[in-house]
Design a protein around this ligand. Structure first.
Ligand code: SF4
Length: 683
């Protein structure tokens, strides 16, 4: 195009798991405007403020342009050869001395699929280490574990567009108006089309304003509340007996368990009245099919996997699975957290969810990758990696695109672990709070500087396109991983995102086998897509055909959060995201418009607590937990119930993760970000 001409390039949003399709309006290599792609799934032309205005970070003068090596506590620029030789030699040395278990890697849920595929290949094929994981560990790992147990497949069962056509929307533990804004517009369409809207949350988040029923549940009481609903469905004979008989097992055990949770007991634990529990159960039964939608309010608990299975129990009991406008619909956090899971950046599976302990899968990948001795045991999860860095059983960590000094719980502990490491490498596009602890920082191409794919929360694989060159000598992440593998004697042929997808990712995983890059170029495809003729799969488990035979009903007991309020720390802290920023602001903090919209952070407290403690709106307070103290402005809000403090992780100084607990889900170790005990003090 000539310099004055504006061209349009279709791509996928770099922020949340909704995966909106954008048109970048380009003047040369400058994005001058962003619009939604009309008639494209999942957003049908709609965009939120981040998708529309959150692109200027790629032009920031703060971008990393050259590899950096730390010497005497200071970074200096280096050539690629020098930096890559250092990384490879150091990893070789540690692996030779301490074994491959002494190294670990954290992949990136914000980069393209092809990058995560390549990083897990680097760890497994070159380092022979099983220790690869990514940030699903701290958000939706309970979704993958729970839904695999209940249904046999860990993905969202239905699609965002169906929110507009269903008869009932049951939204639990999700502030979707702010965290997944475009998905919430389809919920509002659904309600306008006649669906009942039930919102369950400790905070009266904005979606509650539209709800037919809003249940203000106590933090961490989900299983008791859901068991209470199922108690009513069974005792009033409102459940779908045909569906349960034909498509589910373990009903008697579930029944016995939920009978221990009559509305009175469920009410005592959850704080929702008996009358409302009964009324919501009847509304669910009277308005079918219905969709259950949840986010991290369900997963980020010590009982996160149980919470997920409990939502699955409810939907199976209602017969709301395996049909249009129904299902269990987790909204994933980052734009490519579904994809990073799909690509095998997990300690238990190769890409396409092929188990590392399955000898047939191991043999298949050894042949395809032309290597011997792939690790056949489960690797370490992220929380274990940090523990082992602290005890020096792990020596080196490779952190790709994640700002763990901000996103992991208990920031002081994370810093201590990184300081204890012998060698830390980061791939990133900016210096972050985390790269400060690195020995080598490798500058990477950002969103819009490389060709590849993202996979959104509804399993839709969409194209991400390149519109400009990376700054300086920054390189694509898949290239960086390939060049390190070369120094381990491996020759990896793929030389682009397309070659990686078409020659390795699709042919080696049945889920993606029919989704060629050319086909993806025509528009997104939802996996499974197994053959060239396969158009993809909008709805999983159609007609009650679950991946592992019958849907598995689980008898689950309520357990309280690991840390509950006491005399010293009398409040519960819960955490989340606000509309205008994304996580630790590595991207949105470099977008002028978004910074203007939310230039500082608050701690939200109730009107009752504010009055009792004499705290005015906007006054500085201290929030303290057993792990740290932050100074932050109070936001007195009618949306917060007495006894609750709510904070985000957007600004480093008052990041909620100085306070959060490392206690994790008993199955997936996902930290309990949604509940810890704090005290607040007026300054
Ligand atoms: Fe991007 Fe999510 Fe907003 Fe869509 S809803 S524009 S994917 S941030």
């Amino acid at each position: 195009a000539r310099s004055w001409e504006v061209t349009k390039v279709r791509t996928t949003c770099p922020y949340c798991g909704v995966g909106c399709q954008l048109n970048l309006h380009m003047k040369g290599d400058k994005i001058v405007k962003v619009t939604g792609v009309e008639d494209a799934y999942p957003n049908k032309g709609r965009l939120c403020v981040k998708g529309r205005y959150g692109y200027d970070f790629i032009y920031s003068p703060e971008r990393l342009t050259s590899p950096l090596i730390k010497e005497n506590g200071k970074f200096r620029e280096a050539s690629w050869d020098e930096a890559l030789d250092l990384v490879a030699n150091k990893f070789k040395e540690i692996i030779a001395t301490d074994g491959p278990d002494a190294v670990g890697g954290i992949s990136c849920a914000r980069s393209i699929n092809e990058d995560s595929y390549q990083m897990q290949k680097l760890f497994r094929a070159a380092f022979k280490s099983p220790n690869i994981d990514h940030c699903a560990r701290v958000c939706h790992a309970p979704t993958v574990a729970g839904l695999i147990k209940s249904f046999g497949t860990g993905g969202m069962t239905n699609s965002i567009e169906e929110f507009a056509d269903t008869n009932c929307l049951f939204v639990i533990g999700s502030n979707m108006t702010e965290a997944h804004p475009i998905a919430s517009t389809f919920v509002k369409n659904g309600q306008r089309n006649g669906a009942k809207l039930i919102v369950v949350d400790p905070r009266k988040a904005k979606l509650a304003d539209y709800a037919d029923e809003f249940a203000q549940i106590k933090v961490g009481s989900d299983v008791a509340f859901l068991n209470g609903l199922m108690n009513v469905l069974i005792t009033e004979d409102l459940y779908d007996k045909d569906f349960v008989r034909d498509h589910c097992d373990n009903f008697e055990a579930l029944k016995e368990k939920v009978l221990e949770y009559p509305p009175k007991r469920a009410s005592e634990i959850s704080g929702v009245s008996e009358e409302q529990i009964i009324s919501i159960a009847r509304m669910l039964a009277d308005n079918k099919p219905g969709m259950a939608i949840y986010t991290l309010g369900i997963t980020e608990h010590t009982c996160g996997t149980n919470n997920v299975m409990s939502v699955a129990n409810l939907q199976m009991l209602l017969g709301n699975v395996g049909k249009p406008n129904a299902g269990v619909n987790p909204l994933r956090g980052q734009n490519n957290v579904q994809g990073a899971c799909d690509m095998g950046a997990l300690p238990n599976v190769y890409h396409g969810y092929q188990s590392v302990t399955d000898p047939a899968a191991k043999a298949k990948f050894e042949k395809a990758w032309n290597v011997e001795g792939l690790p056949d045991k489960l690797g370490l999860m992220i929380p274990d990696m940090f523990e082992k860095l602290e005890t020096k059983e792990m020596k080196a960590i490779y952190i790709f695109g994640e700002n763990v000094v901000g996103t992991e719980p208990d920031i002081s502990h994370v810093i201590k672990c990184l300081e204890a490491a012998e060698f830390v490498v980061c791939n990133d596009i900016f210096q972050t709070e985390t790269t400060q602890y690195a020995d080598v920082v490798l500058p990477a191409a950002a969103w819009s500087e490389d060709e590849g794919t993202f996979t959104n929360c509804e399993r839709r694989i969409s194209r991400v396109r390149k519109v400009k060159e990376a700054p300086g000598i920054a390189k694509p992440n898949w290239w960086i991983f390939r060049e390190i593998a070369k120094r381990f004697g491996q020759t990896w042929a793929a030389d682009s995102g397309q070659e990686l997808w078409d020659n390795e990712i699709a042919p080696l995983a049945p889920f993606f086998a029919g989704a060629t890059f050319d086909k993806l170029d025509q528009g997104g495809i939802q996996w499974p897509c197994k053959t060239p003729e396969d158009p993809g799969t909008q709805i999983l488990h159609l007609d009650g055909n679950f991946t592992h035979g019958k849907g598995h009903l689980m008898a689950l007991d309520w357990t309280p959060p690991a840390e509950v309020p006491d005399a010293d720390y009398p409040f519960t802290l819960s955490t989340g995201r606000r509309l205008y920023h994304y996580h630790t602001r590595t991207q949105t903090g470099r977008c002028e418009g978004l910074n203007e919209l939310l230039p500082e952070e608050y701690a939200d407290i109730s009107e009752v607590d504010a009055k009792r403690l004499g705290i005015e709106h906007g006054e500085m307070i201290l929030v303290k937990s057993r792990r740290g103290t932050v100074k932050v402005k109070a936001q007195v809000s009618e949306r917060i119930p007495e006894g609750l403090v709510w904070m985000a992780m957007h600004y480093f100084e008052n990041n909620a993760n100085w306070l959060t607990t490392r206690s994790g889900d008993t199955i997936t170790k996902t930290p309990e970000y949604k509940a810890c005990a704090v005290a607040i003090e007026k300054i």
